[in-house]
Ligand binder design. Structure first.
Ligand code: ADP
Ligand code: MG
Length: 379
């Protein structure tokens, strides 16, 4: 243990938020079901899951807006179970960023500091810093109704950050914005977080948003975390059928293991197909229930093409017919009905990769993918 650790007692200085075995029930529903989680200082952690899975309730328990039935919440090492919201070292930004309508941008941002009785000079300086941080220079004197949705969200962020909380809680702050603006604000959110270094706990039901803004993501369902990992871990190595399908792996084959040797697992799918997958690294005791493969990892070519796979021994190869083609602009989605079974395989070809192939519906094709693209799912 280092010197500073000793000075702070037994606290781990790098853990900003700790949730220990928290349970929150509402009549007829367990909204948070024995959640334990540690969030590190300076990271953007996202709760990602379908509507109603308990994301907001867990965030509200952290904020002190709901009292948990069981368990502990620690912010910067301090147990806050008994503290009211305003005494907790956190601030919350909601989707409906309740700004004060009669106050200017500068007054809204500085409001918390007035309450804390800072001097006018100090407030002016801090407000100016935050206005620069959220790039609202020149708008200091506007009122909220003279701003766009994105600008109002920037004011809400600045207003929460000016109080320098240990953790900023964000409950779907971008959900009400249109697609283009939302993307712009996701980039901004990450830039602002990197600039101030504050720990962000972000709640979202948008997979793309979570993948692009987060350092780590916790996938939630029915009040519990199913998987916690970095965006690429969550997207590329979903551990269960729920996580795989929630993250958009449309090709999910349920089945069972028939052999396991030489670093490879052989699975037989429910349709009787045999496929190999690399042996999963973290072997848990949960049984293998199938595998998933992302549509963009699958190759597609006309059956008549004489292009052959570079390493056939390590390929999964099936034959079928193109069932449907969905044009998406930047890519096209093909569904292929396999000859061997009645299964449909989804394949994504980006414009650069496959449009020249011009494969119409009804065309006989070969689909193939690397065995290493098969991701093992447990249940
Ligand atoms: P999410 O934010 O993931 O959409 P919530 O945390 O809002 O989900 O809700 C989780 C569950 O708890 C849902 O079933 C919801 O209906 C229920 N719930 C949330 N808040 C209340 C409340 N104040 N009273 C009763 N049930 C609630
Ligand atoms: Mg919610």
């Amino acid at each position: 243990m280092s010197g500073s650790d000793t000075q702070r007692g037994n606290k781990k200085p790098d853990i900003c938020l700790e949730i220990r075995d928290v349970v929150k029930q509402f009549p007829g529903v367990t909204a948070v079901d024995h959640v334990t989680l540690e969030i590190q200082e300076g990271e953007i952690f996202s709760f990602l899951g379908p509507s109603g899975c308990g994301k907001s309730t867990l965030l509200r328990v952290v904020a002190g807006l709901e009292n948990q039935d069981q368990g502990d919440v620690l912010i910067a090492g301090q147990n806050v179970n008994e503290l009211p919201p305003y005494k907790r070292d956190c601030n919350t930004v909601f989707q409906n960023h309740a700004l004060f309508p009669h106050m200017t941008v500068a007054e809204n941002i500085g409001f918390g500091l007035v309450e804390r009785r800072l001097s006018k000079i100090e407030i002016k300086k801090k407000v100016a810093e935050k206005i620069e941080l959220v790039t609202l220079g020149g708008m200091e004197d506007r009122r909220p109704d003279q701003l766009s949705g994105g600008q109002r969200q920037r004011v809400a962020l600045a207003r929460a950050l000016i109080l320098e909380p240990a953790v900023l809680l964000l409950d779907e702050p971008l959900a009400a914005l249109d697609r283009k603006l939302r993307k712009e604000m996701q980039i901004e959110l990450k830039r602002i977080q990197r600039e101030v270094g504050t720990t962000f706990l972000n709640v979202t039901h948008d997979q793309k948003e979570a993948l692009s803004v987060s350092d780590r993501i916790g996938i939630m369902n029915e009040g519990a975390f199913l998987q916690i990992g970095t965006p690429d871990e969550i997207y590329e190595k979903p551990g269960s059928i729920f996580v795989a399908s929630f993250m958009g792996a449309t090709n999910i084959f349920s089945g069972k293991v028939v052999s396991q040797k030489d670093g490879k697992v052989e699975l037989e799918t429910d349709q009787g197909l045999r496929v190999f997958a690399p042996e999963p690294e973290n072997n848990t005791s949960d049984p293998v229930v199938g595998f998933s493969v992302h549509p963009e990892l699958i190759h597609l070519k006309p059956e008549t093409s004489d292009e052959s796979p570079s390493d056939p021994a390590n390929q999964t190869i099936f034959h079928g017919k193109i069932n449907e083609v969905f044009y998406q602009g930047d890519f096209s989605e093909f569904t292929v009905a396999l000859k061997e079974t009645d299964m449909l395989i989804t394949v994504h070809l980006t414009r650069g990769r496959g449009y020249r192939l011009q494969m119409p519906e009804g065309q006989n094709v070969e689909v193939s993918w690397d065995c290493s693209s098969n991701n093992v799912l447990r249940g």
